[in-house]
Design a protein around this ligand. Structure first.
Ligand SMILES: NC(=O)c1ccc[n+]([C@@H]2O[C@H](COP(=O)([O-])OP(=O)(O)OC[C@H]3O[C@@H](n4cnc5c(N)ncnc54)[C@H](O)[C@@H]3O)[C@@H](O)[C@H]2O)c1
Length: 271
């Protein structure tokens, strides 16, 4: 039987492969891991955003950037190879690239549906596949995908986005089952609204303020750093016995279907 010491130090140097790294949560993950001494391989479609990220990490960071589209399997495989040749063995993976294209379902075009599924579900799978192909033979690695509260329920106007995130949850559990006995853990986080450009795409102001925030017990949206901390935990050896899980980082949104910040006060005063 394999013995695993809980006190085992993280002996090997860490190299993180992050997509969607030019903005929002992906950039915050890169900043947090780089501050912990992890080398960063950052991919995104947005060249200017990648350059800004590189600048923000400071001169001591070990950094490699690639402008690529996660739908391009060959490009991802090539960047995995370049990363391993330049920075060393990939140990941590965060497929963060994603987008929303919202519309009433009856008016949603096939192109809007396909684009969101193609990037959020297929593109992020290709990241898992390309990086795991390198990590599995070494028997070590951790992947954390980006689900969402829309992987816990539905959201009006986002049938395509919700389908992509529910699908991602099934994929996380399947990959965790498939790769666990070869040393690669696969988990996801499910954030509520996070203060990034995506928060405003197709979500009307009044819905964000009056519905989403009112139903969030902590009464605010997350900062990107708060999501990055959850991702860093799942990546690390502190989560060495955690795989196949989707961790809610939602300010309590999914804790109770009848939660209303103002309503809670109201209910407490009914006698
Ligand atoms: N912001 C939120 O409220 C929120 C909530 C839950 C989950 N998420 C998820 O977190 C992830 C990151 O979102 P964010 O809020 O940081 O968004 P963001 O828009 O700030 O960043 C997304 C990044 O992905 C990149 N990207 C998009 N399509 C790409 C492609 N085909 N190839 C390469 N790069 C591509 C963009 O250029 C951008 O830099 C997404 O998967 C999103 O679904 C976000």
């Amino acid at each position: 039987m394999t013995q695993h010491s809980l006190n085992q130090p993280q002996a090997l140097p860490r190299v993180a492969f992050v997509t969607g790294a030019a903005s929002g949560i992906g950039a915050a993950v890169c900043r947090l891991l780089a501050a912990q001494g992890v080398a960063i391989a950052a991919a995104d479609q947005n060249a200017a955003g990648l350059a800004a990220l590189h600048d923000s990490l400071g001169p001591d960071a070990r950094f490699l950037g690639a402008v690529l589209d996660v739908r391009d399997e060959a490009a991802q495989q090539a960047f995995v190879a370049e990363t391993e040749a330049t920075l060393g063995a990939i140990t941590d993976v965060v497929p963060c690239a994603g987008l929303a294209r919202s519309a009433p379902a009856e008016a949603m075009s096939a192109e809007q549906w396909d684009l969101v599924l193609d990037i959020n579900l297929r593109g992020t799978f290709l990241t898992c596949k390309a990086t795991a192909s390198a990590m599995l033979p070494r028997g070590r690695g951790s992947i954390v995908c980006l689900a969402s509260i829309t992987a816990r329920g539905g959201q009006p106007g986002r049938a395509n986005y919700a389908a992509s995130k529910w699908g991602l949850g099934g994929r996380v559990k399947s990959l965790a089952s498939e790769w666990g006995n070869r040393g690669v853990r696969v988990n996801a986080v499910a954030p509520n609204g996070v203060d990034t450009p995506m928060l405003t795409v197709g979500v009307p102001d009044h819905f964000r303020e009056d519905v989403m925030l009112d139903r969030t017990p902590l009464g605010r949206f997350a900062q990107v750093e708060e999501v990055a901390q959850g991702i860093a935990f799942l990546l690390s050896d502190a989560a060495s016995y955690v795989t196949g899980t989707v961790l809610d980082i939602d300010g309590g949104l999914t804790a109770g279907y009848l939660t209303h910040r103002h309503g809670a006060d109201y209910a407490l005063h009914q006698r």
